[in-house]
Design a protein around this ligand. Structure first.
Ligand SMILES: Cc1ncc(C[n+]2csc(CCOP(=O)(O)OP(=O)(O)O)c2C)c(N)n1
Ligand SMILES: [Mg+2]
Length: 545
């Protein structure tokens, strides 16, 4: 058989249900022959974002795969792969390559050379018979260790070359690594000794599906829990021990508890310095538990560290902590939850005028508040976008179920959210999948709303149109004043309709909830909906100096 067909058969064996792609790449046709649903996007970047969400939403149990052509397709895919690398998402990228006689010769784009720094495994296949080996290596890497993109570049003439029909391929295992028992003992002792512990959960908890253990440990230690943006929804934010998630903007209770912590326990997190994560206050004792030792002592010094799968780590800690506490909490719960609740009440009281504001143009906070109180939060998967919408929504949205908020931000490409919502909807068709974005964000990837229509991926897109890159107003004062350089324009409700979806422009506060209901009804009928809320150029965020 042809090498491209061998790839498709391997994808099938690895349980791949969708091949997201953009032509020309022979794997697309070969996948269709194997009854793998092929989904064609309008640009490569969005397809990668969709593949990314398929992996995220399934904790890496289903791997998102994207295929594109050599040259322009591969060049144009760079952003999507770089975003997945930044946020540590396991995807398989299958670019075509120039024919072997032109491969790696200027000016022909080489995926092997150019994707080295945004993948954990990057291979170019020269011999057709090596295709199964290359795929085995790629799947082994993508399923194991730190989640990150892998890439296999197959030159077009190799795709067409013959591979023996009886090639052998066995799906690769997913292995888990447990922490050093000595480290478990030391960390358990430190957690029990702490007086004001804060648990900081990252997306390692999502990948390990260790939500129950996280909750059990928090309840046993009676310790408040926060998450990174990527880890958001690893702990129910309606739980009395929740401080809400970290991010560029955060809750008052999170700020307070971190500053008054005597120990911060990071589990399944990188502690990477980023604008889009809460910074750990200086001088705190830190315990860092993560899968990849690459992150340990990188941006933050760990007093104690342990390397391993978040689930096995929490399992081991639970045994030791239970032992030390004789299986029971120490009666701290009432005091801790009272302190959290008091601060939360103060914080929300401060924000309530913005969250319930009755003005036109609309307050973006009112839009997100009404959205959260109209949808069934437990059965909704939502993601933010870069720009103000992220910093507005992330502290206030309270996920109750795991993997119902796709948080991101190690790099924050405008327009990422649309593909994430679409990938989430593919992976979880029964959930309402929402992306919450601004008018600059839609400028990058909006055309793929047509993909949602054509491929029957009925998402709900919530657009805040303030006719501006509002988040840049502070840093582009002169350019705005002289040249209106932060202004942007568009009628996106009409745009959505023109692409065959449902579109509605909302200007009045009283129309927000009815419009959301109408849009949800449309998604249930199979039509993607875009609600365009005309909002103020808000510049206030829940940030603490
Ligand atoms: C690809 C890319 N280029 C530039 C940026 C920097 N950036 C972040 S937010 C933003 C403007 C956001 O405007 P909009 O989406 O309309 O949200 P608003 O702040 O107006 O609510 C820019 C230029 C980015 N995040 N991604
Ligand atoms: Mg805007």
């Amino acid at each position: 058989m042809k090498a491209a067909n061998a790839v498709a058969k391997i994808l099938k064996k690895e349980g791949v249900e969708f091949l997201i792609g953009y032509p020309v790449n022979q794997i697309i046709e070969a996948a269709a022959e194997e009854d793998i649903r092929t989904i064609i996007v309008r640009q490569e970047r969005v397809g990668l974002h969709m593949a990314d969400a398929v992996s995220r939403i399934s904790s890496g149990q289903r791997i998102g795969v994207f295929a594109m052509q050599h040259g322009p397709g591969t060049e144009n895919a760079f952003g999507g792969v770089a975003q997945a690398f930044g946020d540590s998402v396991p995807i398989v990228v299958l670019p075509g390559g120039y024919p072997r006689k032109l491969l790696n010769i200027t000016p022909n784009f080489s995926a092997l050379l150019n994707f080295q720094h945004v993948t954990k495994w990057c291979e170019q296949v020269i011999l057709p018979e090596s295709v199964p080996d290359a795929m085995r290596r790629a799947f082994t890497q993508v399923r194991n260790g730190r989640p990150r993109p892998v890439l296999v570049e197959i030159p077009v003439d190799v795709m067409r070359a013959e591979v023996p029909d009886d090639f052998a391929y066995t799906p690769v295992p997913r292995l888990r690594m447990a922490p050093d028992p000595q480290a478990v003992t030391e960390v358990a002792a430190a957690l029990v000794a702490a007086q004001r512990l804060v648990i900081y959960a990252g997306q390692g908890v999502h990948y390990a599906r260790a939500w129950t253990q996280l909750r059990e440990l928090a309840e046993l230690l009676e310790a408040p829990v926060t998450t990174s943006l990527q880890g958001k929804s690893a702990f129910p934010e309606t739980h009395p021990l929740s401080l809400g998630s970290g991010g560029r903007s955060i809750s008052k209770q999170l700020h307070h508890f971190l500053n008054n912590a005597d120990l911060i326990f990071g589990i399944g997190c990188s502690f990477a310095s980023t604008n889009y994560g809460v910074a750990m206050p200086k001088g705190k004792r830190i315990v860092h538990a993560t899968l990849d030792p690459l992150d340990i002592n990188k941006d933050i010094v760990a007093d104690l560290a342990m390397a391993g799968d978040a689930g096995l780590t929490l399992d081991a800690l639970l045994v030791e902590v239970k032992d030390r506490l004789k299986g029971k909490p120490r009666g701290r719960l009432a005091a801790v939850t009272k302190e959290i609740a008091g601060l939360k009440q103060e914080w929300l009281a401060q924000w309530m005028p913005r969250l319930t504001q009755k003005t036109s143009p609309l307050s973006p906070y009112r839009v997100l508040w009404d959205l959260m109180h109209t949808v069934d939060v437990a059965n909704t998967i939502i993601t933010h976008d870069a720009g103000s919408p992220r910093d507005q929504i992330s502290p206030f949205w309270e996920p109750t179920e795991p993997l119902t908020y796709i948080g991101w931000g190690k790099t924050t490409q405008l327009g990422y959210g649309l593909g994430l919502a679409m990938g989430a909807k593919l992976a979880q068709p029964d959930k309402l999948c929402v992306n919450f974005w601004g008018d600059a964000a839609i400028g990058f990837t909006g055309m793929d709303f047509e993909t949602a229509v054509r491929e029957r991926i009925p998402i709900l897109s919530v657009l805040l149109n303030n006719f501006s890159m509002a988040i840049e107003l502070k840093v582009m004062k002169t350019a705005t004043q002289k040249y209106r350089s932060t202004d942007i324009s568009g009628n996106y409700a009409d745009f959505a309709k023109a692409l065959g979806g449902y579109g509605e422009r909302v200007t009045e506060p009283d129309d927000i909830i009815p419009a959301i209901r109408r849009a949800i009804a449309k998604t249930r009928e199979g039509t993607p909906a875009l609600l365009e809320f005309i909002t103020e150029k808000a510049e206030d965020f829940s940030m603490f100096a």
